[in-house]
Design a binder for this molecule. Structure first.
Ligand code: MN3
Length: 202
């Protein structure tokens, strides 16, 4: 097996009081994410060109290739979910001063950042992801991607924070209310300490 499911950086029940229940995390991590990893390994095993390549290389190689759609989808989902778990915290919501300064410089304030991030998360029609990215020119920007789309594929910068807006991410906790899920993420779950560390390391 080439790729493996990363452990959650918290216990599956750790976020229950913050709006993401244990069953959501057990299914999302143990079933959905595991499913992408298992499928990816099966596809790589059958493809000599992909065997031994890094996840990022596989994503870029499969991007836009009609014959590698399943590879792209499962590889992208593995990468995106691996980042997403690090973007959640039982002490989430608080923004470190270094990140706040950069958000203010590039968006005109934390509230404006949150508005744009929420708009991207709600504006993604159907399944996908919303991102805070450090662009290659050094400015923060918001992006959204559909399905397994990922900034890894397009090399548009470094992902600092991501929210999964597939229905499996929030239906148990918020039913159809994606807006409430996004508000709750920004207020109580988002690991801005991790985003700030990603920024500092860039
Ligand atoms: Mn998901």
């Amino acid at each position: 097996m080439t790729f493996s499911l990363p452990s959650l950086p918290f216990s599956p029940g750790a976020l229950a009081a913050r709006g993401m229940c244990q069953e959501t995390l057990e299914l999302h991590h143990g079933k959905h994410h595991q499913g992408y990893v298992t499928a990816l390994n099966g596809l790589v095993e059958k493809n000599d060109v992909l065997k031994g390549k890094s996840l990022e290389d596989i994503i870029r190689l499969a991007h836009g290739r009609d014959d590698l759609t399943a590879v792209f989808n499962n590889a992208g989902q593995h990468w995106n979910h691996s980042l997403f778990w690090n973007c959640l915290s039982a002490e989430g919501g608080g923004i470190p001063a270094t990140l706040e300064k950069k958000l203010t410089e590039d968006f005109g304030g934390v509230d404006k950042f949150k508005e744009q991030f929420k708009a991207a998360a709600l504006g993604q029609f159907g399944s996908g992801w919303a991102w805070l990215i450090l662009g290659t020119e050094g400015r923060l920007k918001i992006a959204k991607t559909g399905n397994a789309g990922t900034p890894v594929a397009t090399r548009e910068g470094k992902a600092l924070l991501v929210i999964d807006v597939w229905e499996h991410a929030y239906y148990m906790d918020f039913r159809n209310r994606r807006a409430d899920f996004v508000d709750n993420f920004l207020a109580k779950l988002a690991n801005f300490e991790f985003a700030a560390a990603q920024l500092a390391a860039a």
